[in-house]
Design a binder for this molecule. Sequence first.
Ligand code: SME
Length: 138
Amino acid sequence: LNTEKPVNERLLNICELLETHIPYYNWVGFYFRNGKKEELILGPYVGAPTDHTVIPFGKGICGQVAVSNQNFVVPDVTAQDNYIACSITVKAEIVVPIFVNGENIGQIDIDSNTPDPFTEKDERFLEYVCAQVATILN
Ligand code: SME
């Protein structure tokens, strides 16, 4: 990726690459902590537009990852009580936190229209992607 490009353009390129090349990645986006506030703000994404541009810590899968600092793999979104639906086509979700200097500063969020598609390979791969993103943001 071109290091001259603005950060948001590079993050959007990452979303586009993932959505294009992995058939069961159907919505790919970033959420970032809003300064010192306990809320997430939607960053670059590809896929259906979402109303959820601000997510309080603790709310939905994304808000829970902001608090837990751990990957959250959801094989079946209908089985989750604390879930924010963005589109009725979504069957599964994976959220992986991004750490900069040990601090959880945001996350990558991926929705799938395929039921139960995510494996540990996705987790390891997305951890790697998040580590790369951290170097862009640092
Ligand atoms: N489903 C997420 C909300 C973000 S949308 O998937 C884009 C959640 O429950 O946190």
